[in-house]
Design a binder for this molecule. Structure first.
Ligand code: GLU
Length: 261
């Protein structure tokens, strides 16, 4: 009897080892059955992914691109769902299978390519600084050992700033909302991230302005877990289609009307 129950228990165990975890399931096959794509997006980043507290809907360039890609891949019946990520949580969330793709101001970098695959570039940004108007900081060259720069954990900006301003002190916050609050309360002299994100903050807070030119290139890509080649391919096909048929341009002009592509 004992032997039998041990035997059946180990069979159950072996059986569960054979079934795939969520992260290992083929996304392309799943969305063919259930037409829904779960996108990891920012919720605190104006112009890219910002929660509208009245409608409870997240809004921005990344959101509109995700919706357009979903429609292209799954047809108009397909559903785009959104889950909040921060710079720090986005890779763990995709590795655990909580989201299918990350479209969240994410730079394609060598380091990240070791963990995830990326789509073709869908937006070109560059790192810059945000300061209070009238600040003596005029650009990256103004940063020295007497200045504290605010950055966000898990961002390329937090790494790059140490290389481009090795003397400056760096204070890392959890997300962009917190980093901007820290700048306003004087915890740092400047905040650093991509120009397009800083532009959104400066537009909303006219006492703040960008200082100096960009000092890095930050090409944004859509991150997809390794081992999801079929899904990556349809995302790239859809991206090519919306770039070709004017949809991408329409979305770009909606969010960045002053910028000529
Ligand atoms: N594009 C940079 C990055 O991927 C900064 C923006 C962000 O933190 O999402 O890290």
């Amino acid at each position: 009897m004992w032997l039998l129950s041990i035997l059946s228990l180990s069979l159950v165990f072996l059986g569960s080892c054979g079934s795939k975890s969520i992260a290992e399931q083929d996304i392309f096959e799943r969305i063919e059955e259930t037409p829904e794509i779960i996108w990891g997006v920012k919720n605190d980043t104006r112009l890219f992914g910002l929660m509208n507290i009245e409608t409870r809907e997240v809004e921005g360039f990344d959101i509109d691109i995700a919706r357009a890609l979903t429609k292209e891949i799954l047809g108009s019946e397909g559903k785009a769902s959104f889950l909040e990520v921060t710079s720090k949580t986005r890779i763990p969330l995709i590795k655990n299978g909580n989201i299918d793709a990350i479209i969240a101001t994410m730079t394609i970098s060598e380091e990240r390519l070791k963990q995830v695959d990326f789509s073709d570039v869908y937006f070109e940004a560059g790192q810059s600084l945000l300061v209070k108007k009238g600040s003596p900081i005029k650009g990256i060259e103004s940063l020295d050992s007497s200045t504290t720069v605010l950055a966000v954990k898990g961002s390329t900006s937090a790494l790059n700033i140490r290389e481009y301003a090795p003397e400056a002190k760096v204070l890392e916050l959890e997300n962009y909302a917190e980093a901007f609050t820290a700048l306003q309360s004087g915890q740092g002299d400047a905040m650093t991230t991509d120009n397009a994100i800083l532009l959104g903050m400066a537009e909303e807070n006219p006492d703040y302005t960008l200082a100096g030119d960009i000092f890095t290139d930050e090409p944004y890509g859509i991150a997809i877990n390794k081992g999801q080649k079929a899904f990556l391919e349809v995302v790239n096909d859809a991206l090519r289609t919306i770039k070709g048929n004017g949809t991408y341009e329409e979305i770009f002009d909606k969010w960045f009307p002053e910028v000529n592509q």
